[in-house]
Design a protein around this ligand. Structure first.
Ligand code: HEM
Length: 291
């Protein structure tokens, strides 16, 4: 993770400016998951292009998206085929080997699993890094506190800080659909069996009955059981990976580009549309260039 993070910063640190979404937050989780799955480095930029097409046109023109999904699935199917012949030390090889009471996954099932991991872990992590860095840039006192703690070689504030950033402005605003299994009354609202229920995680995470000063960013917040990764049996499978990505990305940006600042007025930033995800389209920043 550290190597992927450093490689991305190396590419723009001499410029003195960057769009942190496109040049950093967007490729980082793709390269990280590709490494984990066992996608060779020379093919990872194809993944970056396909994923870019899917995220840019999500909800827009469908042709390009469908083509990119197909290319990605075909690529994964072929890779699984190759790994079956020639296993490596990677997740795809483990998925092929995995068995449940002697029954192995079919190649189709393994490809679908790899695809889900890529998808579930991609835009979410882009937004953790983007929203998180934006919140730090808007809260200079908290950002300074974190920079001082990192300079002292501590990791405690980084760990609680990433959890707080997930609570304060998390990447996933709403959980996926739920359906009531029996009639119930919730918050004065009658819900019949079978009714759909949309849980707004972002509202729960700013609930004044649960969090003191919910609209304040406090990187050292204790008792911070937020719902950024969901709850219960569908709790995020990738939470430990996302934590590692978020911590590595934010700490490395603050360490290597200590005077990082917004290059535009906050009002000029554009956020993605849609109800489920919350994230910036671009995050233009400036900093002192390193040769
Ligand atoms: C900051 C980054 C992430 C956030 C905020 C996030 C958030 C969530 C949330 C809220 C859910 C529950 C949805 C629901 O209950 O309807 C979820 C489920 C899931 N996440 Fe994540 N996620 C992140 C990163 C990842 C990563 C990196 C991976 C995999 C590599 C991943 C894989 C999954 C999977 C497979 C599920 C479904 C689990 C199930 O239904 O049993 N996520 N995530």
């Amino acid at each position: 993770m550290q190597e992927v993070t450093d490689r991305l910063i190396d590419a723009f640190e001499a410029e003195g400016s960057a769009d942190l979404i496109h040049e950093f937050a967007f490729p980082l989780p793709i390269y990280a998951i590709c490494d984990l799955l066992g996608v060779p480095r020379e093919d990872q930029d194809d993944f970056r292009d396909w994923a870019g097409m899917m995220i840019r046109h999500g909800g827009g023109p469908r042709g390009g998206v469908a083509r990119s999904v197909k290319k990605m699935r075909n690529y994964l199917a072929e890779l699984i085929h190759k790994k079956r012949e020639n296993p490596g030390d990677d997740l795809i090889s483990r998925l092929i080997e995995a068995s449940d009471h002697g029954e192995h996954l079919t190649e189709n099932e393994a490809a679908a699993m790899a695809f889900i991991l890529l998808f579930a872990g991609f835009e979410t992590t882009v937004n953790l890094i983007g929203n998180g860095m934006y919140a730090l840039l808007r809260n200079p006192g908290q950002r300074e506190r974190l920079q001082e703690s990192l300079a002292a070689g501590e990791t405690g504030l980084l760990e609680t800080g990433v959890e707080e950033l997930l609570r304060y402005d998390g990447p996933v605003e709403m959980a996926t659909w739920r359906f009531a299994t029996q009639p119930l009354t919730l918050g004065g609202q009658d819900i019949a069996a079978g009714d759909p229920v949309l849980v707004v995680l972002a509202a729960a995470d700013r609930d004044p009955a649960r969090f003191s000063g919910p609209d304040t960013l406090d990187l050292g917040r204790k008792d911070n059981q937020h719902l950024g990764y969901g709850h219960g049996i569908h709790y995020c499978l990738g939470a430990p990976l996302a934590r590692l990505e978020g911590q590595t990305a934010l700490a490395t940006l603050l360490r290597r580009l200590p005077d990082l600042r917004l290059a535009v007025e906050p009002d000029d930033l554009r956020w993605r549309g849609g109800l489920i995800m919350r994230g910036l389209r671009t995050l233009p920043v400036e900093f002192t260039a390193s040769p």
